[in-house]
Design a protein around this ligand. Structure first.
Ligand code: SF4
Length: 347
């Protein structure tokens, strides 16, 4: 690995280091390149890489692998922000710019998969932070991780917003030949203006849908997690329609909508963003999320119904190689013009 324009510091004595990794050393690197300007990487050697999801979790999987902590994709609403506080790191800008890298993830995973205590359960990746965030272009941990999973024919799934996943297309195909592989791409909306402000470090939604198209064209069925659907900004019927239409045109095998949720850590950061960019919506959000992190059930049900109806209309489902898509390319979406009436009446 070549390290260009690099500064390196090895630390043993800071409180954050202790919170991160007990007594182990942390190597801190910064790269003086435009791609990583302002970002600090904390390289660690993790002690375990297969994490069991707590029983009380709402997640539909039991085991995860997360080679990174923090995410340069910098989505304002990211629910993982809170986890940075467990490391004594800031949940706002710190989450976007202080990236923990488990540099031994591939070798550790290979060892843990070979353990007699491991029974080949499904492993979910991209569930805490994005495993194909920009740092992966530098550290290249995922090829080793995928190779370890392939060699044990261990089923797994990946959720990402990163176009970098296409770098590993050949490996994914090899994995799919020996085990169950699920890839989902997250696209909650296709509004360019909203994307630039609320997901500033991610590839554009159209590029993510190109990923879906490429994966499906190469035999890796790819679903879209339509998340988050952002109240009053991405949930109007014409916007939902434009997004589902674009998802259908990409050849996605499924679309699963998920309304925005705002857990502690993300909530404060998102509300500050909202006050800056859409101050007229602050009161409405306070009412919509008055009962906690999740939008009311009626709201969630309404979004789900609308998206499922649109998915049905546009025929989202598996496409066969060589078959034409059922829908034309998406039409441009009208940009927001500021405060105005929406379809929602809040309780
Ligand atoms: S890509 Fe995912 S993990 Fe990264 S900031 Fe966005 S929501 Fe969080």
């Amino acid at each position: 690995m070549r390290w260009e324009n690099l500064t390196v510091e090895t630390r043993h004595d800071r409180p954050a280091d202790a919170a991160l990794f007990g007594a182990d050393a942390v190597t801190t690197r910064t790269f003086d390149t435009p791609e990583f300007a302002g970002i600090t990487f904390h390289e660690i050697r993790a002690r375990s890489i297969l994490n069991r999801v707590p029983g009380a979790s709402r997640m539909p999987f039991e085991w995860t692998v997360n080679p990174y902590r923090g995410c340069t994709h910098a989505c304002v609403y990211c629910f993982a922000r809170k986890t940075h506080s467990y490391l004594d790191l800031d949940t706002g800008t710190g989450f976007d710019t202080q990236i923990v890298v488990k540099v031994n993830a591939p070798e550790l995973l290979r060892r843990q998969l070979a353990s007699t205590r491991w029974h080949g359960e499904h492993v979910a990746m991209g569930t805490n932070v994005d495993c194909y965030q920009r740092a992966e272009g530098r550290y290249r941990l995922m090829p080793g991780i995928l190779t370890a999973l392939r060699d044990r024919a261990n089923p797994f799934s990946i959720l990402t917003k990163g176009t970098l996943v296409l770098r590993d297309l050949d490996l994914l195909r090899q994995c799919a030949e020996v085990t169950d592989v699920g890839v989902s791409v997250s696209v909650g909306f296709i509004d360019t203006e909203l994307w630039r402000t609320v997901e500033p470090g991610t590839p554009a939604p159209e590029r993510r849908l190109d990923v879906v198209r490429t994966l499906t064209d190469h035999g890796i069925g790819c679903g879209v997690l339509m998340a988050p659907v952002i109240p009053f900004l991405g949930d109007q019927p014409d916007r939902l329609r434009a997004t589902v239409r674009a998802i259908a045109a990409s050849g996605a095998t499924s679309v699963t909508p998920l309304a925005l949720h705002l857990r502690p850590g993300a909530r404060e950061w998102f509300m500050a963003w909202l006050a800056r960019h859409h101050p007229y919506l602050v009161r409405r959000y306070e009412r919509l999320y008055a009962d906690g992190a999740y939008a009311p059930k009626w709201y969630q049900r309404r979004i789900t119904r609308q998206v499922h109806e649109l998915a049905e209309e546009y025929g989202i489902g598996p496409t066969r190689a060589g078959m034409p898509r059922r829908v034309p390319p998406p039409e441009p979406v009208e940009e927001p013009t500021g405060p105005g009436p929406t379809q929602l009446t809040l309780i």
